[in-house]
Design a protein around this ligand. Sequence first.
Ligand code: AMP
Ligand code: MG
Length: 320
Amino acid sequence: MTGKDVKKAAELLSKGKLVAIPTETVYGLAACIDNNEAILSIFHAKNRPAFDPLIVHIADLNWLDFLVSEIPEKAKRFMEVVWPGPVTLLFRKSDQVSDLVTSGNPTVAIRFPSHPMSLEMLRLLGKPVAAPSANPFGYVSPTEAAHVENQLGEKVSYILDGGPCRVGLESTIVSFVNEPVEVLRLGGMSLETLEKYLGEKPVLKISTHSNPQAPGQLDKHYATSASLILSDDIIEDFLENRQKLVGLISFQNGYPDLAFAHREVLSPDGNADEAASRLFAAMRRLDESGVEVILAERFPDEGLGRAINDRLHRASHRKP
Ligand code: AMP
Ligand code: MG
């Protein structure tokens, strides 16, 4: 069931139920941090492998004491600037955090989301939730309540509808476990912004193989059912596939001369933030349109364009 009842969402969570919650990045599938049975049901509902750890969501910096064994000074300064926001921080975990949440890792990933409904809900609940994205494992993340309803509707007790996600890409993951600071996943905060707030250049440690440090980074992820091609030459790739029903995801150009069966132009004004917020919904619409092939135009490798390219690359069936 979908609705806007924040109190009901908190009550269901405290009873051990799963609730989908809106955040500025994507919708999360939440369970109470201290209920192992509820945490396990997240993995079942998503068909998510147990080795893929969950992100813990907080609404109060004081909650960190319970979750984390040690916070470096550098991280304290950083989190005060970037939170609430689309950045997840990785720390050494405390003994209180269940191994189910962290998939046995000695580290815990934590985020302070900025969506007012989820913050209100978390404050009512009075404790953190563990919440990965609310999609079946391997599929595109949900950026609207209806996306969750369509795919996980029966497996979730309640979907808290906070409207379309403002950022639309998963959080950027930054690890403070080692020196220098590492970026484990590109996401809703661009590298440029992150560097500015961090005051130093982090090391990029974005894995692409199948037992990665940040498992959301599995090579085949964020995938549509139709085969997606990340294209450096839309015209050439269209001509190669013209016997098929072909759909387009592009930045600004609608390629009016090519007979696409379905077009998704993400930002006619050339704004990468707007494009990011529209990407996942566009991928879903293309899947529903029945096209056989999706040609996705590569974005300029700057700002959120980098994270968009990362997601399109992971969704693509033709890897270079
Ligand atoms: P999702 O919220 O679905 O994007 O998934 C959470 C992602 O956060 C995982 O797939 C990992 O990439 C990352 N993550 C969570 N906890 C950890 C951890 N302890 N160490 C490394 N990465 C983590
Ligand atoms: Mg996910």
